[in-house]
Design a binder for this molecule. Structure first.
Ligand code: NAD
Length: 500
């Protein structure tokens, strides 16, 4: 790793300590996690490494804060979350730059998508906090039965490195709105912006202990958090392999688990599709965020009759994507987030070739000498067959496989021929086909004539090996609450059993 480039101004003032019980504190064992800028692999910061001692303290702080936070009115919890959203917007310049430096996301994306969407998620859950209602059920005569939604307790949130800000808001928003307290472990590669959010939360008045942030390594801090008996629920976003470990770790106290895992999205283009829109949508589906998205449209399925015309336009567009320093406002694709991940993505080009793929575009790092030290991979397009590894395994980079199909029945089979089931899309002018295929695709989310739309009002999550549970939407409030059924004897006679 080089330490050549100067540390940018934004990072100099960044918080690098753990956030426990409302205070920034050093790690008990003094360990530090080095954090690098993926543009040139220069050292950005060293962040305190949480170990089990720190996790114990964070869980204790969250447990201590839970009763009062649960009793706080829903309207007050909502008001504080709305203030968090406002604080994020006021801090947008700083947060965008920091997220870009830490992750490699182009600044135009962090400014235009990551930060506004993070604020939007907090605002949505701020607004929903006091709209969660119970029910009254028709039961036996003489009884009133009502059901309330109770917070589950202390939530352990574990997030990956591909959208640190966004996933912090997707988990914190509903968890806090529902009256839970939180211990969040962000990914070791990208811990910086979440610590900034902690500061903003403290400033707007989120009480001490309600939110605790413990950056640490997955195999140690993450595993310990998932096993912890003081945690009532784990909300996990990450790979399917780690998701299985989290489920196993949760068994000790039967904590609730919510899993947002990998994906292998099929993006289907029928012969009646609006071609230019489909080309632009397919490029966004795979190249946005350098392809590091669980919902990426990484399998492009083209109907034979339009495949050549589509590809000519698609390859032209992909070729023209501006790859470069993510701090440059003109940049459309930045580096991948770490050298290890870049190498993994590049390894799939060899794997594709071995299985008979033709590389239609890209297939390596850029030639630009200014980008050689960074984690860059050019937009890559390969041909592939449905059973090939590149159509089955999540590459998680700017890497898309192209497969041709004959008709609707065949493409539904191909789309469903993976173990994943997160997102998928289709492009057609035929309304009936749109509904029919959307229904036949076995995923948690489908986009028709668009791709990768997300909104805090709409549930997000998958089926199969993509996990279970839903983030966002009203559904999220059920994920973070338990139903409690209360029976009141209004005027019922004592039942005949044991009557004396
Ligand atoms: P990862 O599974 O390696 O890590 C995710 C998080 O889990 C990190 O914070 C990591 O430190 C932690 N972790 C690692 N080992 C752990 C363990 N044994 N116990 C507890 N925590 C542990 O995933 P990643 O490489 O950081 O992220 C990429 C993956 O995340 C991809 O598979 C992607 O599809 C998936 N993802 C899914 C969604 C979704 O909503 N479905 C969204 C984004 C990313």
């Amino acid at each position: 790793m080089s330490a050549a480039s100067p540390i940018p101004a934004a990072v100099k003032s960044v918080e690098t300590r753990l956030f426990i019980g409302g205070e920034f504190v050093p790690a008990a064992e003094g360990g530090l996690i080095p954090v690098y800028n993926p543009h040139d692999n220069s050292l950005l910061a060293k962040v305190a490494e949480a170990t089990p001692v720190d996790i114990d303290r964070a869980v204790a702080a969250a447990r201590a804060a839970f009763p009062a936070w649960k009793r706080t009115t829903a309207a007050e919890r909502g008001r504080l979350l709305l203030k968090v959203a406002d604080a994020i917007e006021a801090d947008a310049e700083y947060l965008s730059e920091l997220e870009t430096l830490d992750t490699g996301h182009p600044i135009r994306d962090t400014k235009g998508l990551d930060v506004p969407r993070t604020a939007a998620a907090f605002r949505y859950f701020g607004g929903i906090a006091d709209k969660v209602r119970g029910t009254v059920n028709p039961v036996d005569n003489g009884f009133l039965n009502y059901v309330t939604r109770e917070p589950v307790g202390v939530v352990g949130a574990i997030v990956p490195w591909n959208f640190p800000l966004l996933f912090t808001s997707w988990k914190m928003g509903p968890a806090l709105a529902a009256g839970n307290t939180v211990v969040l472990k962000q990914a070791e590669l990208t811990p910086l912006t979440t610590l900034r959010i902690a500061r903003l939360m403290a400033e707007v008045g989120i009480p001490p202990g309600v939110v605790n942030i413990v950056p640490g390594y997955g195999h140690s801090a993450g595993q310990y958090l998932a096993e912890h008996k003081g945690i009532n629920k784990i909300s996990f976003t990450g790979s399917t392999v780690t998701g299985r470990k989290v489920v196993a770790a949760s068994a000790g106290n039967l904590k609730r688990v919510q899993l947002e895992l990998g994906g292998k999205g099929a993006n289907i283009v029928f012969d009646d599709a609006p071609l230019d829109a489909a080309v632009a949508g397919a490029a966004f589906a795979i190249f946005h965020n350098q392809g590091q998205a669980c919902i990426a449209g990484s399998r492009l399925l083209l109907q034979e009759s339009i495949a050549d015309a589509f590809l000519e336009k698609f390859l032209g567009l992909a070729w023209s994507i501006r790859v470069g320093n993510p701090l440059d406002p003109q940049t459309e694709m930045g580096p991948l987030t770490s050298p290890g991940h870049r190498d993994r993505v590049l390894s799939y080009i060899g794997i594709a070739k071995e299985q008979g793929s033709a590389v239609l575009l890209g297939g390596g790092p850029p030639n630009d000498p200014a980008l050689q030290a960074g984690c860059y991979v050019m937009p890559t397009v390969v041909t592939a067959q449905p059973g090939d590894r590149v159509c089955q395994e999540e590459v998680f980079g700017p890497f898309v496989s192209v497969t041709r199909f004959r008709d609707e029945a065949e493409v539904i089979d191909i789309a469903n021929a993976t173990e994943y089931g997160l997102g998928g899309g289709l492009w057609t002018r035929d309304l009936q086909r749109g509904h029919r295929v959307a229904s036949a695709i076995n995923t948690g989310m489908v986009w028709v004539n668009s791709y990768k739309r997300v909104n805090p009002g709409s549930p997000f999550g998958g089926v199969g090996q993509s996990g279970y549970g839903r983030e966002m939407g009203f559904e999220a409030m059920h994920e973070y609450t338990d139903a409690k059924s209360v029976w009141i004897n209004v005027d019922a006679q004592t039942p005949p059993f044991y009557k004396r």
